[in-house]
Design a protein around this ligand. Structure first.
Ligand SMILES: Cc1cc2nc3c(=O)[nH]c(=O)nc-3n(C[C@H](O)[C@H](O)[C@H](O)COP(=O)(O)O)c2cc1C
Length: 141
């Protein structure tokens, strides 16, 4: 079983409806493919963890990479894992604002345009995994 984390920049500011339709599409596909994960959206940027069987994960990530709704994908972490962090979520989701990020991440400075793709914030996969594991623990959805 493999787990990846990547961040990307939305090519436009998603409305609530657009986020919901993206989630419905993702959840249906992930359910069929045996994938689980978590997607965060904040200030026009995404941070996503996706985990599951190697083949399904590779195919899905390739498809996601071709999606014109976002750009500048940066793979932060790509590891073998024994078990999923979000086993029961075909795609957990949260739309977070800077204030919440500041509470959850020590040292976060809210004055950035794309906080989740800001290299000063998400410097590597470890920071991203810490943020996402907070969600796994708190089961926010
Ligand atoms: C930020 C982001 C995250 C996405 N996450 C997933 C995902 O977890 N699973 C998935 O199947 N598609 C995901 N998609 C959608 C894919 O890029 C693609 O549009 C979709 O899989 C096509 O599925 P369809 O041919 O069934 O419509 C995501 C797209 C974006 C922009």
């Amino acid at each position: 079983m493999r787990r990846i984390i990547y961040c990307s920049q939305a090519t436009y500011d998603f409305t609530g409806e657009e986020l919901i339709s993206l989630l419905e599409q993702s959840r249906k596909n992930n359910d069929d493919a045996g994938l689980s994960g978590m997607l965060l959206y904040s200030s026009q940027s995404f941070l996503q963890m996706l985990e599951g069987p190697e083949e399904a994960l590779t195919a899905t990530y390739e498809r996601i990479g071709r999606d014109a709704r976002h750009t500048n994908l940066r793979l932060l972490s790509d590891v073998e894992v024994a078990r999923p962090m979000f086993p029961e979520w075909t795609m957990g989701f949260d739309h977070i604002d800077d204030e919440e990020l500041a509470e959850e991440l020590e040292g976060f400075t809210p004055a950035t345009t794309y906080p989740l793709v800001n290299p000063d914030l998400i410097t590597n996969g470890v920071v991203a995994e810490t943020l996402l594991s907070l969600y796994a623990k708190n089961k926010v959805q």
